[in-house]
Design a protein around this ligand. Structure first.
Ligand code: G3H
Ligand code: 13P
Ligand code: ZN
Length: 280
């Protein structure tokens, strides 16, 4: 069943768990994410990035996600991840995405609030929700890159959220996209300050390979949505390399199914860590 972020994250906030935002890169990963949610009776956020849209087209990416969401017996949010191509984000809302992320970290500071506020009002009118990122989240992952120096300022974040009316806010507290960088460390004291200042659910990006204890602490400090992409790609690729060693396998379905199952198991692991099992 297709939902937006609002009810999903409000419940997570009240009951102190987080819902995973899992990136779909192919049909197989989309199937695996939904299968994991159903097995665990967990809500899931199926995320589509600009790179995935370039790979399979907005219409096909949405058709896959929507078919899976409609079939699912758990709540599924179809979310545009890291929207920097704003006309493309608008198109995704028109086609039926239930949620979008606006990444305004590359936009001049004095234009951000007006732009996001107007966008949020359009999205709400269509029944969709908006997550926003103001300060760059570190690391690099294909289309998404950022500088580690820009951590979230709690006061500025509070003003941004109040004035734009966004539904969720992505924090920059030291996590990085992609494979973990040396010395990557989350600033949990800063997270506690942001949590006091900002009254919408908080989002943690770049959470692959983050220490489990740190993830649990971050959830206790207001993180309600946690984005995972790299861990899923690594699981897929590891298994595919193993499968391809068998020269007798030359059917793409037999090559891809074990990798799809590995993504499902990886998502299940995260669902359990985030505490969203049985929360559907
Ligand atoms: O946060 C970044 C996402 O993992 C998207 O990655 O642009 O390679 O699809 P991508
Ligand atoms: P990782 O790939 O580092 O898990 O980050 C995912 C993400 O933040 C998607 O927006
Ligand atoms: Zn991200």
């Amino acid at each position: 069943m297709l939902v937006n972020l609002r009810s999903m994250l409000q419940k997570a906030d009240r009951e102190h768990y987080a819902v995973g935002g899992y990136n779909m890169t192919t049909l197989e990963s989309a199937m695996a994410i939904i299968e994991a949610g159903e097995e665990e009776k967990s809500p899931v956020i199926l995320q589509v990035s600009e790179k995935t849209i370039d790979y399979m087209g907005l219409d096909l990416a949405f058709a896959v996600a929507k078919t899976l969401a409609d079939r699912a017996v758990v709540p599924v949010c179809i979310h545009f991840d890291h929207g920097r191509n704003f006309p493309m984000v608008e198109d995704s809302l028109k086609i039926g995405f239930s949620s979008v992320m606006l990444d305004v970290s590359k936009m001049p500071k004095d234009e951000r609030i007006e732009f996001v506020k107007e966008f949020v009002s359009k999205a709400h009118h269509l029944g969709a929700t908006v997550e926003a990122e103001e300060d760059q989240i570190g690391g690099r992952e294909d289309y998404v890159d950022g500088n580690r120096g820009h951590f979230t300022d709690p006061k500025r974040a509070a003003q941004f959220v109040r004035e734009t009316n966004v539904d969720a806010f992505a924090v920059s507290i030291g996590s990085t996209h992609g494979k973990p960088l040396p010395h990557e460390k989350l600033d949990l004291e800063l997270l506690a300050e942001i949590n006091k200042a900002v009254d919408v659910p908080l989002v943690l990006h770049g959470a692959s390979s983050t220490d489990e204890k740190v993830v649990r602490e971050a959830i206790s400090l207001g993180i309600c949505k946690i984005n995972i992409d790299t861990d899923l790609r690594l699981a897929f690729t590891r298994e595919l390399r193993r499968t391809l060693k068998d020269a007798d396998i030359y059917d793409p379905r037999e090559e891809l199914a074990p990798s799809r199952d590995e993504i499902r198991d990886e998502v299940i692991k995260h669902i359990r860590l985030f505490g969203s099992s049985d929360k559907a």
